[in-house]
Design a protein around this ligand. Sequence first.
Ligand SMILES: Nc1nc2c(c(=O)[nH]1)N[C@H]1C(S)=C(S)[C@@H](COP(=O)(O)OP(=O)(O)OC[C@H]3O[C@@H](n4cnc5c(=O)[nH]c(N)nc54)[C@H](O)[C@@H]3O)O[C@H]1N2
Ligand SMILES: Nc1nc2c(c(=O)[nH]1)N[C@H]1C(S)=C(S)[C@@H](COP(=O)(O)OP(=O)(O)OC[C@H]3O[C@@H](n4cnc5c(=O)[nH]c(N)nc54)[C@H](O)[C@@H]3O)O[C@H]1N2
Ligand SMILES: [Mo]
Length: 771
Amino acid sequence: MTIKKYEGSAGGWGALLSTTKHLVKSENVSRNIRNLLKTNQDKGFDCPGCAWGESKEQTAFKFCENGAKAVNWEATSRRVTPDFFANHRVSWLTLQSDYFLESQGRLSHPVKYNRVTDCYEAVSWQQAFTLIATHLNALASPHQAEFYTSGRASNEAAFLYQLFVRKFGTNNFPDCSNMCHEASGVGLKQAIGIGKGTVTLEDFEHADAIFVFGQNPGTNHPRMLDTLRQASRRGAAVVTFNTLKERGLERFTNPQSVKEMLTDGSTQISQCYFTPKLGGDMAVVRGMVKALCVIDDAELAAGRVSLFDHAFINEHTQGLGEYLNAVKATAWHEITEQAGLLQSEIEHAANIYRQAKRVIITWAMGITQHKHSVKTIQEIANLQLLFGQLGQQGAGLCPVRGHSNVQGDRTMGIDEKPTVAFTQSISDEFDFQAPTEAGHNTVDAIKAMLAGDSKVFIGLGGNFAAATPDTALTQQALSNCHLTVNIATKLNRTHLIAGKDSLILPCLGRTDIDMQASGPQSITVEDSFSMVHASAGVVAGDIGEMRSEPAIIAGIAAATLGKQPIDWDWVIEDYARIRDLIAKSIPGFSDFNTKIKQPGGFYLGNSAAQRQWNTVSKKAQFMRHDLPVHLLPANLRELSNDPVFVLQTMRSHDQYNTTIYGFDDRYRGISGERRVLFVNENDIAALGMENGQLVDIESLWPDGIERKVFGFKLVAYDIPAGNIAAYFPETNPLVSIDGKGDLSHTPISKAIPVVLSEAVLQPEHIELANV
Ligand SMILES: Nc1nc2c(c(=O)[nH]1)N[C@H]1C(S)=C(S)[C@@H](COP(=O)(O)OP(=O)(O)OC[C@H]3O[C@@H](n4cnc5c(=O)[nH]c(N)nc54)[C@H](O)[C@@H]3O)O[C@H]1N2
Ligand SMILES: Nc1nc2c(c(=O)[nH]1)N[C@H]1C(S)=C(S)[C@@H](COP(=O)(O)OP(=O)(O)OC[C@H]3O[C@@H](n4cnc5c(=O)[nH]c(N)nc54)[C@H](O)[C@@H]3O)O[C@H]1N2
Ligand SMILES: [Mo]
């Protein structure tokens, strides 16, 4: 392992070299370069990386370094065949790393676990479908099955899946969104009547300021850096709030800018970069509003006009008075203690905000994976409402979504709490009563399986066992099941935790040509900006027995329900037929098949951006909350006699969630190791420890269960005192299933209270554990 401070800008030659390295490492260089040139193009496929939107500019390259990794990872020619499984027992595979499992290549055949041989063995698709149908139809209640979705599923797959599951009789739709932007959905729905961002990609061209909270686009949304770079170059102020100094938000060299590349130039991204404490963002925004109120009072006293947009406030909002009372009642010392910033810093941010006419606020997991995420998001919305930013060009709210179609999956009805209107529409169109009672989210699903109440788990993509909290309990929950089924492209941890019966069903990915009776098919996705567009695979590799996700879902549905409520085999012949069903039952999709022919796709619209408020009061709602207290030092001290740290779990530059591409976290200067713990230098000294020493980490939740991970290397890092950071999924065993966000129920993975101790295992044991 090496640790060496990264001095360069983000992007640049490092990104280009890494892209090239991943291409050359893959088996078929020229094919992969051809693939990349099709990424995000009108006639190509949507990048299976993140959900950032595509610019309208016609350029040959519309992918980034990490998009290239995602494409190459999927387009590999290595295959995991029945022979592979015959040669590798599950108990042996279980000892291998996540990196090893996925590196073996694409799953090629449907396989079923044989407990006697401890191996997965080939089955026919029909046998697999019949086994699933038998288990499902034997349940005493449809609520005893869990139907998980990861956000790569296309609109077509997601639509068929929810239709099948609702006809089967349940809303048990745990999904990755429950661990991701759920708080954005819940918070914004209450405040502005729609759980999606209000801006389009074009709005970034018109913003005077862009405030970026709790996200690391240099790694997780690299194409966003180009948007920020352009904004910064035309003079817009980019203001960042991030606990860590993430290089991509500091300065960026666009690998596609010949001039920057040749002159070793770079663009400064953030005009101001603030490093609040973990969970301190609500206090930051509260402080900004407090500072703005002081300026406003002074302006009014001097006979000038108010800073705030009172015409907008009067016409469109409710609750301002109560909110401002709460702001007044919050003392500066409370704000600065929680924010971990000086009053002057917060006032400076407020001043930039005030001077900008049009402001976009973006955020991701640093905001959504906290106990008080819904409150924080509503505080952000309050700030925007004060200035009437919603519905103006160049301004608005922008939760930056994760998986490439996670937003579309929700639109299609992957939702454990569907609205009455949605349920009604499905019921009317398909002539059955869709279930109305709320189903299970991710955490509920784990609990139901643990208790033995749910007996069947079906995963449409994803890696449930590794991505969810409380790894040991989750694994127990899955192994309690009568049947576990995983529809997947690559082998992962979840597949090795078999229920009594267990199937792995290999599917085509975004990059593959999907051939059905009427010819090659395209699917559709929705990005973070509510743009829906088509995607068609281009890779004609050896697909073995793989089937498309829609075809697999249709196969399961037909075996379980017969031709109810639709003829499943018929719709698979031509996905335009699925889109016709979507057009009839999901608002905004009329003429779907025509609209997706437009290059770049079509915009679904956003009610809040049109200043229509689908809230209870039919107004945009200022939401009033008290600042949280759980992360205050005095309360943390209560948890243990040892120094208590607050741990965030995050992504390295070389991973896609639980998929580990490699071991370099280039911008943070880490290479060759993932079991590292970023700690403030002074904290290391205060613990009497040394940089590079190994520690065990134990989390502190009030349920008495011991949760510990072992052998993490201390890395002295520029991070606020008392805050520490490590990678997920290695640290998921520390997240309690009961440590959930208020109202969002999202596992709290950005503020885990922990204590550190000297590692009990010796380095050689740790090396073994890492293989
Ligand atoms: N501690 C901690 N935990 C977290 C997070 C965190 O920040 N900290 N983040 C959370 C977040 S934001 C999310 S979204 C979740 C992610 O949770 P998931 O979405 O469940 O996990 P992924 O790692 O994205 O899933 C990877 C697997 O998906 C399968 N796959 C890939 N492409 C396809 C495809 O096209 N079709 C199908 N059927 N399968 C495919 C492959 O088999 C691969 O192994 O994790 C959450 N967990
Ligand atoms: N290459 C790649 N791309 C991805 C993914 C991937 O794993 N790899 N995952 C996809 C998915 S599903 C998602 S959800 C997104 C995730 O995208 P991000 O949200 O960028 O992912 P994280 O790595 O969890 O980064 C959290 C960031 O927030 C900061 N942060 C953490 N806590 C706080 C806080 O309390 N306050 C503030 N102000 N900052 C904080 C961290 O320092 C870090 O920079 O990316 C998507 N795109
Ligand atoms: Mo996510």
